[in-house]
Design a protein around this ligand. Structure first.
Ligand code: PHE
Length: 363
């Protein structure tokens, strides 16, 4: 599983200069592999969370980091943030994630790997990491978002992420002239559960699913039905909300899907960008995840870098609905998928950038 440092360490300048940096290392304390990918700093220093989870192989983890970093670049561009995209992935073997001193060692190693990039990349929480973890990383590098509020950070990003998703849901419903009376939420983690609560509060009838059976109780509290993930993905509902990891929506699945719209916070929901075209061809409206899931980064940047008030940060998160409406209108008027409208818009924004922040530290 360990990468070969000599060949993998800081390979820069791949095709089209993306990714700009692929920094692969083995932590000196933990002995665990760490990949930091900087996709692009054209709009500013790269931003992207730190993911600690099991992968089949080290190579799969690096490939995922690359895709996730590219998605972060699109996310920042589309939501008007002067930041690029990056990601950190620690691909673990199956089994429980490191805890106690072992976890601390790993987080310090991650901090050193980020510090080595000198501010071209800043991290934040993601799958398998928490605000408290960010504080440990911060003991090695200042380029960290979302430490707990008590430690001077903006705290857990799940709430603003969920608020952004709910704002996107309202925008989608208005655009489609639909009332989402039924929804299936797949994944009841920090963000998924909050979105489910928001939907339940407006009277939407809920189906829920999670690979973790322990979350069933939370579903029951909401009065939501519980079903296997595979069934939830194929349920006949107005809205499907992907809120778990993994590329859940595959090309083969599309023909069996019975929902009208797909919109959720999971990063990289589709197995392949082409699957967005497949959904479009089947008459299913897919709201690009890069826009829908941006609440966390928008909030963290507003509070920690722009010194916005809580209310100003909230307003910026709520603007996700307007950004989505713009993309849906663009897609409708040009007769193509929202995914393509988002990609083209992000591509134009990156191409037009005067390159102000490239290589500059996060500050
Ligand atoms: N998990 C967040 C995302 O995917 C990452 C993040 C949040 C990074 C907040 C920085 C600040 O968008």
């Amino acid at each position: 599983m360990s990468p070969n440092e000599k060949t993998a360490n800081s390979i820069q300048g791949e095709t089209n200069s993306r990714p700009e940096v692929l920094h692969a290392t083995t932590g000196t304390r933990s002995g665990l592999p760490i990949a930091v990918v900087v996709d692009s700093t054209v709009l500013g220093p790269a931003l992207g969370g730190c993911r600690i989870m099991a992968y089949h192989s080290w190579r799969d983890g690096v490939a995922d980091a690359q895709r996730l970093a590219a998605a972060m670049a699109e996310k920042c561009a589309l939501t008007g943030l002067a930041y690029g995209g990056g990601k950190t992935v620690v691909p673990l073997a199956a089994g429980p994630p490191p805890a106690g001193d072992q976890r601390r060692d790993l987080l310090l190693d991650i901090g050193d790997a980020i510090a080595a990039l000198g501010g071209r990349y800043a991290t934040g929480p993601d799958v398998g990491t928490t605000p408290v973890d960010m504080s440990v990383i911060a003991s090695r590098t200042p380029h960290v978002f979302c430490r707990p509020v008590a430690h001077g950070g903006s705290g857990d990003s799940s709430s603003p992420t969920a608020e952004g998703v709910l704002s996107a849901i309202r925008a989608l419903a208005a655009h489609q002239h639909l009332r989402f009376t039924t929804a299936a939420v797949v994944g009841l983690g920090g963000v998924g559960l909050r979105v489910a609560r928001g939907l339940a509060a407006t009277g939407t009838r809920l189906l829920t699913a999670d690979i973790d059976e322990r979350r069933r109780g939370a579903a029951e509290e909401l009065g939501a039905a519980w079903l296997p993930v595979a069934d939830a993905l194929r349920a006949e509902v107005d809205l499907l909300v992907p809120a778990a990891t993994g590329e859940m929506i595959t090309r083969d699945l599309v023909a069996q899907m019975r929902c009208r719209c797909v919109l959720g916070p999971a990063n990289n929901q589709l197995d392949d960008p082409e699957t967005a075209e497949e959904l479009h061809a089947h008459g299913i409206t897919w709201a690009p995840d890069t826009v829908v899931s941006a609440g966390g980064v928008i909030h963290a940047v507003a509070i920690e870098r722009e010194r916005a008030t809580a209310q100003q940060a909230h307003q910026r998160v709520m603007a996700i609905g307007d950004t989505l409406t713009t993309i849906l209108n663009e897609a409708r008027s040009r007769g193509f998928s929202p995914a393509r409208a988002a990609q083209e818009r992000a591509g134009t924004l990156l191409a037009q950038a005067p390159n102000p922040g490239r290589g500059a530290p996060v500050g």
